[in-house]
Design a protein around this ligand. Structure first.
Ligand code: DP6
Length: 329
């Protein structure tokens, strides 16, 4: 928590009144970026180097309840988190930005996704926390404002305050007031996201440290912002025109290019496990055989497949353990 962050929150909340309820609660979906956020231009205000675009993961996400309390306590999936854990620290630090609501809080979080295994639990986590806080404090803020606040907790959380296709704008203002997310007015009921859980172990280097290291040490990062901008436009076009091969190809290329910038960091960031690579090769082989199947990967070993409902049975035949999500189900 810094003075700049405190001032930012004051600006966002200007004109709102806090009318406390006994409890606030909310759900926020996880999201998977089709065009990734990788790198910040301002770490304090969590301003990204580029815009990004995601699709939410249906009812996979985070449910959070929050109350004002005599002391801080944080529960994750029913278990009390120790004050030395990163989860506790990030939650409690973030809540210190809201003294107008309370000095201490009890937070109960239920995740239907593995925490910190590259399935963006910090995204749905901070989004649900901010939505629950808005409920507790009675601010009645709109989603755009809530995305600005969630962004401060975790960049990708700005996108998780909505469902469906969501764009998070990089913005241009130094004060961070125009770096918010917005829902894209489009549905794609046939779209499927398949989750292949390679490992649910805690990853050694989180996204935040990983992207900062990449920006600081990877020569390949120099070419990333221009590609990310072009990919985002291609994804937007593919959504508008319902061009699935264009969407899949752009998303996969974007994710693998992001991993290339990580590999070229020092010390190198290698999130992919042998099993992840095996899946990548299988997807390429199946595509060679004519199956319209693509993938995306975040800063972790898990693979998310992208395909249309019409080929679901072929995809399941190749990956029987697949967990299928209908983003517009
Ligand atoms: C690879 O949102 O976790 O998932 O803003 O530092 O909290 P912080 O980072 P975070 O990074 C997400 C990175 C990504 C790509 C994406 O979701 O766009």
């Amino acid at each position: 928590m810094s003075q700049i962050q405190t001032q930012f929150i004051k600006n966002v909340l200007a004109g709102t009144e806090t009318q406390l309820s006994e409890k606030g609660s909310a759900f926020a979906p996880a999201n998977i970026a089709l065009s990734k956020y990788w790198g910040k231009r301002n770490a304090e205000l969590n301003l990204p180097a580029t815009s990004s675009l995601s699709v939410s993961l249906g009812d996979l996400g985070t449910k959070t309840e929050i109350r004002v309390a005599a002391e801080d306590s944080v529960f994750l999936n029913g278990e009390a988190m120790g004050s030395e854990t990163l989860f506790y620290k990030r939650t409690v630090d973030f809540l210190k930005l809201f003294p107008m609501v309370g000095a201490h809080f009890e937070v109960r979080t239920q995740n239907s996704i593995p925490t910190a295994a590259g399935l963006a639990s910090s995204a749905s986590g901070f989004a649900a926390l901010v939505l629950a806080l808005n409920d507790l404090a009675g601010w009645g803020l709109g989603r755009r404002m809530l995305s600005l606040i969630a962004r401060l907790g975790s960049g990708s959380a700005a996108r998780s305050v909505y469902s469906g296709f969501v764009q998070w704008y990089a913005g241009t203002d130094d004060d961070g007031s125009d770096s918010y997310a917005e829902r894209i007015d489009a549905e794609w009921p046939e779209l499927r996201v398949g989750i292949l859980e390679v490992s649910n172990v805690h990853k050694p280097v989180g996204s935040r440290e990983g992207m900062n290291r990449t920006v600081a040490t990877s020569e390949l990062y120099n070419s990333w912002p221009a590609q990310a901008d072009a990919d985002l436009e291609a994804i937007r076009l593919s959504i508008r025109e319902k061009d699935f091969p264009m969407l899949g190809k752009t998303a996969e290329h974007n994710a693998l290019s992001m991993h290339a910038t990580m590999l070229a960091a020092w010390p190198p960031l290698i999130y992919l496990q042998p099993e992840s690579l095996e899946i990548i090769h299988t997807v390429q082989r199946l595509r060679g055989e004519g199956l319209e199947l693509f993938l995306t990967i975040d800063a972790g070993p898990n693979i998310k497949l992208l395909f249309l409902e019409s080929v679901a049975s072929d995809v399941i035949a190749a990956f029987p353990d697949l967990r299928i999500i209908q983003p517009f189900g």
